[in-house]
Design a protein around this ligand. Sequence first.
Ligand SMILES: Nc1nc2c(c(=O)[nH]1)N(C=O)[C@@H](CNc1ccc(C(=O)N[C@@H](CCC(=O)O)C(=O)O)cc1)CN2
Ligand SMILES: Nc1nc2c(ncn2[C@@H]2O[C@H](COP(=O)(O)OP(=O)(O)OP(=O)(O)O)[C@@H](O)[C@H]2O)c(=O)[nH]1
Ligand SMILES: [Mg+2]
Length: 463
Amino acid sequence: MAVHPATDTIASIATAPGVAGIGIIRISGSESLSLLKTCFVPRVPRDQFVSHKLYYGTIVNQQGQALDEALAVYMQAPHTYTREDVVELHCHGSYVVLQSVLQTLLVQGCRPAEPGEFTKRAFLAGRIDLTRAEAVIDLLQAQTEGAARLAVNQLQGQLYTRLEHIRQQLIGFLALLEVAIDFPDDDVEIFDSTEVSFQLREQVISSLEELLAWSEQGKVVREGIKVVLAGLPNAGKSSLLNALLQEERALVAPVPGTTRDTIEERIVVRGIPIHLVDTAGIRKYEDPIEALGVERARQKLEVADLVLFVVDGSAGMTQRDRDLYQSVCHKSHLVVINKSDLMTTRQLEDLFSSFPEALCIPISAKHGHGIDRLLEALFQTIVGGRGPRADQMTCAPNTRHRAVLLHTLEACQRFEQALIAGAPVDLVAVEIQSALDCLGDIIGLTTPDEVLDTVFSRFCIGK
Ligand SMILES: Nc1nc2c(c(=O)[nH]1)N(C=O)[C@@H](CNc1ccc(C(=O)N[C@@H](CCC(=O)O)C(=O)O)cc1)CN2
Ligand SMILES: Nc1nc2c(ncn2[C@@H]2O[C@H](COP(=O)(O)OP(=O)(O)OP(=O)(O)O)[C@@H](O)[C@H]2O)c(=O)[nH]1
Ligand SMILES: [Mg+2]
């Protein structure tokens, strides 16, 4: 862990812009206390501020003019967020007031904090590891309860503890190997490769595999998935969008070609954010604007995680439906048979048999029938069957962690192969070291500066 160098005192508005009851300015660094003493006049005059005690008083500028009535707290290092001296000014949540208080502080010798700088200092000082620092940003950005839960767990060290456990196992193997390297002729077998192999599989490899499975599901919980509504003109895509949103969002009309541009909206289905995209009905158009809409629809289809292929059931299965279906069926998809209110059971059964490979859901977008079943099928397709259940995961490695975890797993698998092959101990040791280096990168022990910069650049100011 890098030794924390002497740093500037930094300040920023910690709360979001806009009108709010309270707004907080946070200061961190060695000058925090002296800034407090110059800018804040406690109601009861005193020469010192007791750490972690809240004081009532007035914030003043250099001219002694009152800027706000406020509460202030001085928190003495190292028992603080950054492990440096920290001061917080709890002002009224007026952005004008907060700006002028910040301005006063900046004039008196601190500088504006960069995005994520408070948390970066907490990390550099060793209060939190890199996965906990990343959890802070995940928590601020969480859009659903599930995503927030994963972030809080990670903030509390659930991911760190698991990774640290794996690391300690590997360090144990390495220690055994080193003894074996130092005493090659010893009669006693120090390094029992069968036993090590067993522990490696049970305690390290299986744990890495579980984390990788959780990371896949975690991405869905955090970021959600893109669901594109596609079909021929007039199939009822926009009606379906409206039914899913429970709001008349898109224009619906009996003429084909009603939707031209794509329309994007978000819903949450059982805790999973779903980004819905309604598209222009796909067919050959003479009109250049309609043709542009179709081009856009095709682009959205390319990037969809899941396609809802909407068919006008009352029109029966046409050759154009079949051609279009051919172009989407390689993607994960559900077939939505719309306008079932106009269909006989016989017609429905005929349509079902046109899609022997797909899951078909009959609905009536106009009357809201079958929407619950569709949502259930959507949820099952996203999470069901494969992978762990979202509510059973205690933590979920992010994309950065996942890439490094894959390398960790590969190194462990090479380690296992080397054991089985009876490779020389020093070669085996190389693989363990390589797995250890990967884990060190994830928790921030050995993470390259460029990676740290990328992690902290995702933060907002004041965090
Ligand atoms: N007013 C305020 N509310 C806030 C924060 C803050 O900085 N200020 N936080 C900011 O994100 C979050 C709380 N997170 C925090 C995490 C650690 C410490 C801290 O001082 N840790 C010390 C021990 C403190 C003690 O034991 O009393 C440490 O770990 O050494 C403070 C806040 C959410 N709410
Ligand atoms: N009877 C019945 N009519 C429906 C149903 N769903 C949609 N419609 C009607 O079908 C027509 C077309 O609906 P839209 O939702 O605009 O169809 P679209 O697929 O978005 O059409 P484009 O935007 O042109 O591609 C409208 O007149 C709707 O009222 C349904 O479930 N039952
Ligand atoms: Mg439409």
